[in-house]
Design a protein around this ligand. Structure first.
Ligand SMILES: [Zn+2]
Length: 339
């Protein structure tokens, strides 16, 4: 029996738990067609169902070594409380990234005004729910909303999470409407700072990447979801060159396995760079844990234990275990310390 190996728990910085229901559904030719199915699932959910389903999904995350999750939530106020309660029951660290949604989507996603949104956000804070400000995207929030939300997040010292540059069409539409690319617009509206996390940034150009670096903001990549939806390749090397912090998210929860996210992240970087070890193992594990916690504003989260007797680690030398985790193990090699 080997001595147990303890690591900081993985942090899932970007989840839409309800989308787990879509993981076996293959209809739809692209992201936009998948989105139609997603909207259909979203429209039928009740607070009770969210409460019940999310407990299972958060337990699955814990079983896979994620000990904290940022739930990017746009299903409504009561459902937000349901998600919080589910996380408490499951015993996973939880930050509600409550989405601001001015336009598009379906009715339940939207608020009438920024004031109404902030009122709802305050009601979570009053009940002790940790929150982040989450303008859904430049698609869903016009500049006037972004400015107010950016101000509020800075004033209240809260994390700000926003989807950006996931799909080329989103970039084109933003240029057509505002004459700017999404991350340029976010910068203009005061939404880029050290507590900001850009989710995806798949199609960010060099100027946008420079803006992220200058602001000290982070990027959350969601490699298994981005692969599943055909989003494109995250610009891993360009992020690393600029010293931009990278964290990971299970996003649509098509896969719940932090090691697979990290393997895919590094796999993209290797394929594009034509070499090995683009992101060193230590940095990858830091992306999986510390960067995610910083992105969510968490100071403490539970640890995990590596099962050194697991078949996938047989014959691996002690000094190679961490690299073997990322390159060749699944999440079933991990267990949470909290029972
Ligand atoms: Zn998302």
């Amino acid at each position: 029996m080997a001595e147990p190996l303890t690591l900081p728990g993985f942090v899932n910085a970007h989840s839409h738990a309800f989308q787990r229901a879509l993981r076996g559904r293959s209809e739809g030719d692209d992201f936009w067609a998948w989105r139609e199915s997603m909207l259909e699932v979203a429209s039928g959910l009740t607070p009770g169902q969210v409460r019940k389903d999310y407990v299972d999904i958060y337990r699955e995350m814990l079983g896979a070594g994620y000990t904290a999750v940022g739930e990017f939530h746009y299903l409504g106020l009561d459902e937000g409380f349901s998600a919080f309660e589910a996380a408490q029951e499951a015993g996973i660290g939880f930050v509600l990234l409550y989405a601001a949604y001015a336009r598009g989507g379906i009715e339940r996603f939207r608020q009438d005004s920024v004031a109404r949104y902030l009122e709802q956000l305050e009601s979570f804070r009053e009940q002790g729910v940790r929150v982040g400000v989450a303008p859904h995207s430049v698609r869903a929030c016009p500049p006037s909303w972004l400015e107010e939300l950016g101000n509020y997040a800075v004033r209240e010292e809260l994390p700000l999470h926003v989807h950006a540059d996931e799909q080329p069409r989103e970039v084109e539409e933003c240029i057509a409407e505002q004459g700017l690319r999404p991350i340029e617009l976010l910068a203009d509206c005061g939404c880029l700072g050290p507590r900001t996390t850009l989710v995806h940034a798949t199609h960010a150009d060099n100027h946008e990447l420079d803006l992220i670096a200058d602001a000290g903001a982070r990027v959350c990549v969601c490699p298994t979801t981005e692969a599943n939806l055909g989003d494109g390749f995250a610009p891993i090397e360009q992020l690393c060159e600029r010293g931009i912090g990278i964290c990971i998210g299970s996003d649509s929860n098509v896969v719940i396995d932090p090691l697979e996210e990290l393997r895919e992240l590094e796999g993209i970087a290797r394929r594009r760079a034509g070499r090995r070890n683009v992101v060193p193992t230590g940095s990858l594990l830091c992306s999986g844990a510390d960067e995610g916690a910083a992105s969510l504003g968490l100071e403490a989260w539970d640890e995990i234990v590596v099962d050194l007797d697991h078949r996938s680690l047989h014959g691996v030398k002690e000094q190679d275990v961490l690299a073997a985790l990322v390159s060749g193990c699944s999440a079933d090699v991990l267990a949470t310390t909290a029972a």
